[in-house]
Design a protein around this ligand. Sequence first.
Ligand SMILES: [Zn+2]
Length: 127
Amino acid sequence: MSNNKDIWKDKLSPEEYYVLREKGTERSFSGKYNMHFEKGTYVCNACKTPLFSSSTKFDAGCGWPSFDQALEGKIEYKQDRSHGVIRTEILCANCNSHLGHVFEDGPTETGLRYCVNSVSLDFNTNN
Ligand SMILES: [Zn+2]
């Protein structure tokens, strides 16, 4: 397996690298997309693959951007047993960057709450 760590170190800011490549978590309520409700598409901040539509975003009150659905086939799911709890980690299926976690306590009909770091996302307005 090739070690492409340094490629990402050049492309990402230290905070982006920490979250996307080292599975870090930004401080709640600190991210620029937490209360961002413009119409458009949220893309992976590392490889720019579209991940979430703004139409699936909602305010979960948890301090991170939350979505009730992801764009089909764009997310990779992985069991995460860190911190003594079993959670489902979500990663970009294209570049394997860490996005956040998905929980099955969503308030909408999908029952899902994708809790994503703002740092893991970039945003494109639809036109
Ligand atoms: Zn990606």
